[in-house]
Design a protein around this ligand. Structure first.
Ligand code: NAD
Ligand code: WQD
Length: 362
């Protein structure tokens, strides 16, 4: 299939482009660059070994989107293009509504104009709000905790209405839990702007000395060690899930909404210790007060994705930390770094991931 990947230069989109290409699909990227570096593209092309057309386009730019759909005949669209920082969304909700919701509407209109009726949408476990019970199943109640979460829930609802109105439209809403890790090559990974708000990139920056210590938000939750529990999922497992879901959607001619997680809860301190083992570095931390809006424990019941299309996460927390550390050590300043050699602590332990060959950097 020829796939339009909106937001394909970002963290999860870039890994998914590789996953698609490994399974024989061709990829065209549309990305506004609002949260991505142009330096990801040559690395992606090098890893993929095939040309990848890239269009710098904002989804809200109707003319650009119409032109894109007139240039290529797409079989399906993968839609990663959104702003994603929860705190930022509370400070400037209108920008999030505009980028994430208006962008989705213009994309859906362009798809309709071109007769493209297959969509994979990046949703989030945030649509469950503070879940009443864990593990969280797809039929759990939905609620909104912040403007970012609202954009995900609204987008899912818009897509649902479209599926109702157009009996031939098929969509896969993929609710990600906590994506972490990086490609085995160490060439692509997560590159947050400014101070990270998510746990794994913060730990990575402490490990390379860019931050002094991690602040652990809350040590008095009713969890294994008092710290918050989440379901971390390797980004390469997540990328593979997109290809599996897309192929299932086409094969079964069905729409789906599924959780993507490992099903295993991991506490903040368990992740810190796993990262210390993987990197050989000590992660300084201090336990501080709880962060507003955080739940004690959130992890997925991922069995529906397995039942429908056979997907299951393969990588454990040690692999997530090893690959996150390799990326960080080789790129201490993210894509601003001229790639460095692989860290000694992970050399020789590089797995072949998702069928792609690891690439040595000189
Ligand atoms: P990211 O910021 O790395 O990638 C998003 C990409 O979309 C970026 O390259 C950005 O430049 C682009 N983009 C944003 N708005 C755009 C627009 N209007 N037009 C064109 N391009 C635009 O984020 P990510 O972590 O790769 O997340 C991808 C998707 O997954 C997002 O929709 C996010 O909400 C969702 N998600 C992420 C997480 C997470 O923890 N990373 C968890 C759940 C869901
Ligand atoms: C994980 C755990 C924190 C940072 C967020 C979004 C969610 C989704 C994924 C997009 C929690 C603790 C964190 C730190 C810490 N994104 N923590 N110190 O909150 O589960 O989910 O990202 O859809 O919508 O809300 O992830 O990585 O921020 O936090 O102690 O410096 O780490 O309290 O227990 P979260 P996170």
């Amino acid at each position: 299939m020829r796939i339009l990947v909106c937001g394909g230069a970002g963290y999860i989109g870039s890994h998914t482009c590789l996953g698609l290409i490994e399974r024989g699909h061709s990829v065209v990227i549309a990305d506004s660059g609002v949260n991505s570096s142009p330096r990801v593209i040559p690395r992606l092309r090098r890893l993929a070994g095939v040309p990848i057309p890239v269009h710098r386009a904002d989804l809200r730019d109707r003319a650009a989107m119409t032109a894109l759909f007139a240039t290529y005949r797409f079989d399906a669209v993968l839609h990663f293009a959104a702003l994603k920082a929860v705190g930022d969304s509370c400070r400037r909700p209108l920008d999030y509504f505009d980028n994430n919701i208006s962008g989705t509407i213009v994309l859906l209109q362009a798809m309709r104009g071109a007769g493209v009726r297959r969509l994979v949408f990046s949703s989030s476990a945030t649509v469950y709000g503070e879940p009443e019970r864990v593990p969280v199943r797809e039929d759990a109640g939905l609620s909104v905790m912040n403007p970012y979460g609202r954009t995900k829930l609204v987008a899912e609802q818009l897509i649902g209405d479209l599926c109702t109105a157009d009996p031939e439209f098929r969509a896969a809403n993929l609710r990600y839990f906590n994506p972490v890790g990086a490609h085995a090559s160490g060439l692509i990974g997560e590159d947050p702007c400014g101070e990270p708000t998510n746990l794994m990139p913060y730990i990575c920056q402490v490990a390379v000395g860019a931050r002094e210590k991690l602040r652990v938000f809350g040590g008095d939750y009713p969890t294994v060690d008092g710290t918050g529990v989440r379901d971390y999922i390797h980004v390469v497992d997540l990328a593979r899930a997109h290809v599996d879901a897309l192929e299932y959607m086409v094969r079964a001619d069905a729409s789906v909404t599924v959780n993507l997680g490992t099903g295993r809860g991991v506490s903040v301190l368990e992740l810190v210790h796993a990262f210390e083992r993987a990197s050989g570095r000590r992660i300084a931390y201090e336990i501080v007060g709880r962060r507003a809006g955080d739940a004690a424990s959130v992890y997925a019941d991922p069995s529906l994705a397995h039942a429908l299309f056979g997907w299951r996460a393969q990588f454990d927390v040690d692999a997530m930390c090893r690959d996150a550390w390799r990326w960080q050590a080789m790129n201490p300043e993210g894509y601003r770094t001229v790639a460095r050699r692989e860290p000694a602590s992970s050399r020789g332990r590089r797995a072949r991931i998702g069928g792609s060959r690891a690439v040595d950097v000189v």
